[in-house]
Design a protein around this ligand. Structure first.
Ligand SMILES: [Zn+2]
Ligand SMILES: [Zn+2]
Length: 368
């Protein structure tokens, strides 16, 4: 089916000025808007036609293309391109019509307005990774930590535009359309290439006076203090996500902050899962006689460990429930103590004599 002429659709002549175009559009919208014709599919079709005609004729550049080449002039445009830059919602509001008041499914809404809605989908700012070093004691008890995060945020003064108040003007390079159309004729065919304007990066506007607070960047660097909760039992690599505390610039939705834990190496304990391991030095007398070793370190202070007579070096004792608390559930791991028997040094003559005597006794009984 041949496309109808845009001027004919709006019932205006080719020389109509902007005010006339808008008035004609208003009258037709009042007649065919779905608010006035509930459930009428024909009115929807009619409205789509009127919207498209208006979208082209109210835009200086698109109208010029249409006037010169007819519908062929806009062949390179997608539906989204045709409707770009027109805020139907506020037009309807101005006309006293419902803005999004018609109860259509998304697909009809989209065909009604091209893909304006998806074009409005906002991008998200970058996520930030923050490596937080914590001690074994901290993850054993859990608790709050304050961290300082450096990030970019949307400049509050200009809302991310980078322009001072009234510091935006139409881009001279693309005439405010945000696009550069290059045409090449070859016989009767016209090849059209549409590219995003490099000067305004498609926005159609450029900054004539930059915002003082961000020097036109639209974002500012800031350092904030945030508090983060380190859960009991967390291990290296455990990640805490804090939503919305990442980077934002250009008025985007902020990214997220990921705090990644790194549990520092402990001078005494070695962690394996939720169990911890340590080495305890004891004297050879303690090892031989057995008894209570009363100064065994644990995460919660000193403990007593009872060892039997004749304990050999390298023997491992398990003290239950003195490890790291389980991250997901009650209880905690165990503490493993490996004893190391220390050979005495710097003996006095008296001590040496006692040991020689001890040795004689042992040999008499056939021991080593
Ligand atoms: Zn600013
Ligand atoms: Zn431009």
């Amino acid at each position: 089916m041949a496309k109808r002429d845009y001027y004919e659709i709006l019932g205006i002549d080719k020389n109509a000025d902007e005010a006339t175009i808008k008035r004609a559009y208003r009258n037709l919208a009042m007649k065919y808007h779905p608010d006035k014709n509930p459930g009428d599919a024909q009115a929807v079709e009619k409205m789509k036609e009127i919207n498209e005609a208006y979208a082209v004729l109210c835009d200086r550049h698109k109208r010029q293309l249409y006037d010169t080449y007819g519908h062929a002039g806009l062949e390179g445009y997608t539906t989204a391109d045709i409707f770009r830059g027109i805020d139907f919602a506020s037009l309807f509001r101005e006309f006293g019509l419902g803005d999004f008041g018609f109860d259509f499914g998304d697909s009809i809404f989209d065909s009604f307005f091209g893909t304006r809605r998806s074009a409005k989908t906002r991008r998200k700012g970058a996520d930030i990774r923050y490596d937080l070093e914590v001690t074994l004691e901290e993850v054993a008890s859990g608790g709050e930590r304050t961290i300082e995060v450096a990030r970019t945020r949307t400049c509050a003064s200009c809302g991310g535009s980078g322009a001072a108040k009234r510091g935006l003007k139409d881009c001279g390079h693309c005439g405010g359309s945000g696009q550069i159309v290059t045409e090449k004729r070859s016989g009767f065919a016209v090849f059209r290439q549409i590219s995003t304007c490099s000067q305004c990066r498609g926005s159609g506007r450029i900054i004539s006076q930059p915002c003082d607070d961000c020097q036109g960047k639209g974002f500012v660097e800031e350092t904030v203090e945030l508090s983060v909760y380190v859960p009991r039992g967390a291990d290296t690599g455990y990640t805490i996500k804090i939503e919305g505390e990442g980077e934002t610039d250009d008025g985007l939705i902020p990214g997220d902050l990921y705090v990644v834990l790194n549990v520092k190496k402990h001078p005494v304990f070695e962690r394996h899962g939720d169990d911890i391991y340590m080495t305890k030095e004891i004297s050879f007398v303690q090892a031989a006689l057995g008894g209570v070793v009363d100064d065994v370190s644990s995460l919660d202070g000193n403990l007593e460990l009872e060892i039997p007579e004749g304990t050999q070096t390298g023997t491992v004792f398990k003290i239950v429930n003195e490890g790291i608390p389980h991250l997901d559930g009650p209880g905690r791991g165990d503490l493993y103590v490996m004893v190391k028997v220390v050979t005495p040094q710097n003996l006095t003559e008296e001590e040496k004599e006692l040991l020689r005597e001890f040795d004689r006794l042992r040999r008499r009984k056939g021991h080593k």
